[in-house]
Design a protein around this ligand. Structure first.
Ligand code: C2E
Ligand code: CA
Ligand code: CA
Ligand code: CA
Length: 280
């Protein structure tokens, strides 16, 4: 507001009020975005470190706003959670991922798995009209194993009977459970076993400054040892350098995900990236 005249209202608008207005506008825009087909799902490969094989991908949501361009999920997911839109939006993401994994099970690998992020708000407000995910998968000729749900540690602390039951039902149906951003929350080790977690994702903050002898490397090694002792696989997030990949691989980490391999990309691009990564 450097050149703004002193009578301009905007000159006096406190930053907080602007943030609130921006939020209110995004909330209004979000409500029409689903109907107007402004969302896209992109996929990021999850690479098996020992072999370089790619049989997994994480589905990530993108919002192409008609005037503001690409809005980051870090910005709009919290708003979608606050206004409840995350429930139908999350259902839409699942359906996109289910269609995609159906195709990739035929063309890429019969074991292909797509993981999707599921917000605690979706667990707390299940869409009772929606067909259960396992039925939607079976209708596509798939088993529960083709989908993995990524949850955060906070959900494991939930005391809501409905939330606990949904998690356990998902596992019974064979749908995978992955613990996202591991190390940043407060989950106790006891919860890991109670909920049949299949994968632990080491948060990118532990991977970023990974060097020999660092506390971060010691933490990664400890997480990997614990996860393996409990029969879980480990995925490292935010792998950006070959150095990080080598250290994680030496530490016995099962999978890596990050810009070193690929950014999240549209489905057609994913197929090209995967072919390129696995022929080298
Ligand atoms: P997340 O689940 O932890 O997803 C990983 C984020 O790290 C993604 O950001 C991804 O693009 C980014 N990333 C991947 N590799 C690297 C790397 O090497 N370096 C760095 N610096 N970043 C990397 P994105 O796509 O912006 O998503 C942000 C968050 O938004 C996600 O974090 C997730 O919590 C949420 N989100 C995204 N899509 C969905 C969705 O469909 N449903 C829900 N409930 N949440 C979603
Ligand atoms: Ca995730
Ligand atoms: Ca399981
Ligand atoms: Ca994460």
């Amino acid at each position: 507001a450097k050149g703004a005249g002193r009578n301009r209202y905007s000159f006096f608008t406190p930053a907080l009020q602007e943030a609130a207005q921006w939020r209110a506008q995004l909330t209004r825009d979000l409500r029409v975005a689903l109907a107007q087909d402004q969302f896209r799902v992109v996929y990021q490969p999850i690479v098996e470190l020992a072999t370089g094989a790619i049989h997994k991908a994480e589905a990530l949501l993108r919002w192409q706003h008609p005037t503001r361009g690409l809005v980051s999920p870090a910005e709009f997911i919290p708003i979608a959670e606050a206004c409840g839109l995350i429930v139908p939006l999350g259902e839409w993401v699942f359906q996109q991922a289910a269609d995609q994994v159906q195709a990739w099970c035929k063309t890429l690998s019969p074991q292909f798995q797509i993981s999707i992020n599921k917000s605690p708000v979706q667990f707390e407000n299940p869409d009772l009209q929606a067909t259960p995910w396992i039925e939607q998968l079976r209708a596509r000729g798939l088993s529960g194993e083709s989908i993995v749900v990524e949850i955060t540690e906070g959900l494991l602390l939930s005391t809501s009977a409905g939330v606990v039951e949904q998690l356990l039902t998902m596992s019974d149906d064979g749908i995978g459970v992955s613990l996202d951003d591991f190390g940043t929350g407060y989950s106790s080790l006891a919860y890991l076993q109670k909920f049949d977690i299949d994968f632990i994702k080491i948060d990118q903050s532990f991977v970023r400054q990974l060097v020999p002898g660092s506390t971060d490397l010691a933490l990664c090694q400890a997480i990997i040892a614990m996860a393996h002792a409990l029969g879980m696989k480990v995925i490292a997030e935010g792998v950006e350098t070959d150095h990080q990949r080598a250290l994680l691989s030496a530490a016995g980490c099962d999978y890596g995900q990050g810009y070193l391999f690929s950014r999240p990309v549209a489905a057609a691009e994913f197929e090209r990236v995967r072919a390129q990564l696995t022929t080298h």
